[in-house]
Each structure stands twice: as structure tokens, then as C-alpha cells.
Ligand binder design. Structure first.
Ligand code: SAM
Length: 239
């Protein structure tokens, strides 16, 4: 049976010249999305290395950090897997082999760095430049959908959650991971040059209240020594 198409017919592709399909123009990005898109575009060349260093110091290695949430995913061989806000693609290296990888992000700088990493790691993934709040994908296109590290500061968290649910197949377990107030206040706000970007926000909480009541097995826990939360839930299956 041929694979179900991924891109929804009404999604307008702006460009794909560099191997990354773009569905958003810079001019159409506003609010906090604009602020963080610009910040990530700037820090993309250093992001991977500085993170690696931080994870070594804090958790004794990157795998010790990423496994704490990636092990929550239910991935089977051949699955079509989507990371919303994939950044420089660092989670991809820790996923099982023989799956179909798809990554989406609002920062073209991060996606370009991701492309370079994929080449270095000899991995394949389809990359998309778009906003989490307006995914260019068909309904129920993915077997696995997850997000790490951006949702706290999205313009519209509720819309992004609705979109992730829409593109996941019935029965999928979704995970949403982001930093807690402890990490933002204790570390992010103190980072030279970018720290000021994280100030003046309301207190961070896992967006449990935004999960539609029809979702099942909603769970939230603190991971990584209380520096991150992992919110998981299951899209109802077909009876
Ligand atoms: C902290 S990084 C996390 C990258 C990756 N998920 C990881 O775990 O290393 C956050 C990412 O969220 C992206 N992002 C921020 N706002 C977004 C939005 N509205 N839609 C899609 N991606 C967004 C940023 O460009 C950035 O790459």
C-alpha cells in the first residue's frame, strides 16, 4: 500500500531550494515567535556545542539528558516520526534506527545546522520550515509526534497542541517537554547576551490545562533534576 501523503493540499510551499521545504515567510512571524526565531537564528552555529557542554557538566552526557524523555516515546520499526521544533536535530541521534524522520522548526538557521548534522551523522530526515501553530501536514499523518524545548514561549500554545494532536494517528502517545521555572530563572536568565530574552514572562507551568479533555492518560512529571517537565497523553484510538 503506498504511504499516505504528508503535506496537506492547502499548505503553500514557499521554497525548498536548499532541501528544506518552507511554509512560512519571515514577515508573517510575529510576537514571541518572532523574538525566538531571531534568537535561534543567531545562536544556531553555537547551539549544539554549548548544549553538549552543559549536558556533560549537568548530567554526565547528552544521552543521560535526552533518554529521560525520549524513552517515553512508543516507536516501532518503520514508524513515521515527527519532531515539532527539532532545532539542530540533536534528538534524532538518540532514536531507534529504521524509522522515517521528519523535523519542523520556525528557525531556518537551526534547520540549516540540522541539515549539516544529519550529513555528519549519516541520518536522513525531511525538514520543514513552519510554525508549530500551523503545521503543513495532513491529519493523522504520523505514528509518533513529540516536542522538546520551545512550547513555553510559543505565541499560541493551545493551537500548537491542537495541531500536534491533529497530525498524530489515533492511539498515538504524544510527549511535550520543556524547561521548568527552575531552569529559566536559575540558568537561562543568567546567560550573557540571550538571558534578557527569557525575562519578563509569566511563571512557567506545564500546559496541562490546554490538553483537550478528550485526551487519555494525561501525565506530567518533572525530569532532569526538576529542570524540565515531561507532559504526555494519548490521542484516543479508533474503537
Ligand atoms: C531549545 S530549542 C530545542 C531544539 C530541539 N528540540 C532539542 O531538543 O534540542 C527550541 C526550538 O524551538 C523552535 N521554535 C520556537 N518557537 C517555535 C514555533 N512557534 N514553531 C516552531 N518552532 C519553534 C526554535 O527555533 C528552536 O529551534
Amino acid at each position: 500500500m503506498p504511504a499516505k501523503p504528508i503535506i496537506k493540499p492547502e499548505a503553500v510551499s514557499i521554497a525548498s531550494g536548499n532541501g528544506i521545504q518552507s511554509f512560512i515567510e519571515s514577515i508573517d512571524i510575529d510576537g514571541d515567535n518572532k523574538k525566538y526565531q531571531q534568537m535561534y537564528d543567531k545562536i544556531a552555529p553555537f547551539y549544539n556545542l554549548s548544549n553538549k557542554l552543559y549536558f556533560w557538566l549537568k548530567f554526565g552526557g547528552e544521552a543521560n539528558y535526552r533518554r529521560q524523555f525520549l524513552d517515553e516515546l512508543e516507536i516501532r520499526e518503520g514508524d513515521r516520526v515527527l519532531e515539532v521544533s527539532c532545532g539542530t536535530g540533536d534528538n534524532f541521534r538518540f532514536l531507534p534506527a529504521n524509522i522515517e524522520l521528519h523535523g519542523l522548526d520556525i528557525s531556518m538557521g537551526m534547520l540549516r545546522a540540522c541539515q549539516r548534522h544529519l550529513k555528519k551523522w549519516e541520518l536522513n530526515a525531511s525538514l520543514y520550515h513552519a510554525s508549530a501553530e500551523d503545521l503543513p501536514f495532513e491529519n493523522a499523518a504520523f505514528d509518533v509526534v513529540y516536542h522538546v524545548g520551545g512550547i513555553n514561549f510559543f505565541n499560541d500554545k493551545r493551537k500548537a497542541i491542537e495541531e500536534m494532536i491533529r497530525v498524530a494517528k489515533p492511539g498515538t502517545k504524544l510527549i511535550l517537554v520543556d524547561e521548568t521555572e527552575k531552569l529559566v530563572k536559575g540558568t537561562y536568565e543568567k546567560i550573557p547576551f540571550v538571558g534578557s530574552q527569557f525575562k519578563h514572562h509569566s511563571a512557567i507551568q506545564a500546559p496541562v490545562d490546554l490538553i483537550p479533555p478528550t485526551m487519555q492518560d494525561v501525565q506530567v512529571k518533572e525530569i532532569c533534576d526538576g529542570l524540565m517537565y515531561c507532559l504526555s497523553f494519548r490521542v484516543p484510538g479508533i474503537d
